[in-house]
Design a protein around this ligand. Structure first.
Ligand code: 3PG
Length: 397
């Protein structure tokens, strides 16, 4: 695909799809990472004299415009990461309000348009809405990898309408992810997948067993595997109806020569509560009435050995109930091990998706991984081996 280096943007109207879908509480952004990571592309386009028109969704509005989902709330936070650049806001993403604002926009300035999801045509990828957006620009840049799993007007449709290119964040995400799990084979690649449920990560597990040499399974989903192997899991969270599926994954892994690393010991408690009385037991002997809330030290050792043998690590999901102490220990120890190997230049570590970034931040290593994706759902679909419509459209453009 093209990048912004191949676009002649001076004096031209450039529609840039970013992902400003950030968490917010009482009108305050609680994690500005996505805003910060959108800045680079916007700065570079502005400095080249483009008229930079920013498109994004925010939340999942159901019934048209509302204050709750207005991107006006992101106007100042966006301006804050673009010092020295004029940043304006328009109260619609199409039609007279948007067209007028674009008309008035000087070269080198940025215009944030209202939430594209206030129009039904966005999620439907409706050609009429694509057309209305396309009217506002001469060129299209997609910098929203984290929304690339959506085939929406602003993430997919526009790439077919205007000369299109990938922004810097899109480029960085794709380069990092392709390096980690691209077509160069699975030699030296290990994955760590955790989280509560096998059912939500089924496609990821099925894909990964053919793409990696070793797969470390953590979190409550490991209980389902232990149960499927015939072990008693006590009161642990476990999807008993997924036992056949879990056995199938184990079989596929064996056929593909992928080593599945399951917990050999676990930290168990009688209740899901911070500082609950706990003990470490073999993972195959979880006492009745007890639930496994974290992997134990012997499991950490095994997983760490798998990391040490690898050259690349792909990480998604926590190893235990990291939100409540002391059941964060396993996740912390593994994350710190990965960070240590990365800093020593021995491991390329890539992480993303849902709770993962929070877990790594909690472990104090969010800055020590080689690459942390800004994507949640898109990262998961990428791990499933699926084609992302937003990326595919850029490749075709
Ligand atoms: C995300 O937060 O993962 C993306 O912004 C996509 O949001 P969506 O799940 O509402 O499409």
């Amino acid at each position: 695909f093209r990048t912004i280096d191949q676009l002649d943007v001076a004096g031209r109207r450039v529609l840039v799809r970013v992902d400003l879908n950030v968490p917010m509480k009482d009108g305050v952004v609680t994690d500005a990472t996505r805003i910060e990571r959108a800045a680079e592309t916007l700065k570079q386009l502005a400095s080249k004299g483009a008229k930079v028109i920013v498109l994004s969704h925010f939340g999942r509005p159901k019934d048209g415009p509302s204050k709750e989902f207005s991107l006006e709330q992101l106007h100042q936070p966006l301006a804050a990461v673009l010092p020295g650049i004029q940043v304006r806001f328009a109260h619609d993403s199409i039609g007279p309000a948007a067209e007028g604002a674009v008309e008035d926009l000087p070269n080198g300035a940025v215009l944030l348009l209202e939430n594209v999801r206030f129009h039904k045509g966005e999620e439907k990828n409706d050609p009429a809405f694509v057309e209305a957006l396309a009217k506002l620009g001469d060129l299209y840049v997609n910098d929203a990898f984290s929304a690339a799993h959506r085939a929406h007007a602003s993430t997919e449709g526009l790439a077919h309408k205007l000369p299109a290119a990938a922004g810097r964040l899109m480029q960085a995400e794709l380069e990092a992810l392709n390096k980690a799990l691209g077509n160069s084979g699975r030699k030296g690649v290990v994955a760590m997948v955790g989280g509560a449920k096998v059912s939500t990560k089924l496609d990821i597990l099925t894909n990964l067993v053919t793409r990696v040499e070793a797969l470390v399974v953590g979190g409550a989903m490991a209980n389902t595997f232990l149960f499927a192997q015939g072990h008693d899991v006590g009161a642990s969270l476990c999807e008993r109806d997924m036992a056949d599926t879990a056995r199938d994954i184990l079989k596929r892994a064996e056929a593909a020569n992928c080593k599945i690393v399951l917990p050999v010991d676990g930290v168990v408690a009688s209740e899901f509560k911070a500082n609950a009385a706990n003990e470490t037991v073999p993972a195959t002997k979880i006492p009745a009435g007890k639930m496994m809330l974290d992997i134990g030290p012997a499991s950490v050792k095994e997983a760490a050995a798998a990391f040490a043998n690898a050259s690349t690590l792909v990480w998604n999901g926590p190893a235990g109930a990291f939100e409540i102490e002391p059941f964060d220990k396993g996740t912390n120890a593994l994350a710190q091990e990965a960070a240590k190997l990365t800093k020593a230049g021995k491991l390329i570590s890539v992480a993303g998706g849902g709770d993962t970034v929070a877990a790594l931040a909690h472990a104090g290593v969010a800055d020590d991984f080689t690459y942390i994706s800004s994507a949640g759902g898109a990262f998961l679909e990428w791990l499933e081996g699926k084609e992302l419509p937003g990326v595919a459209a850029l490749e075709k453009a």
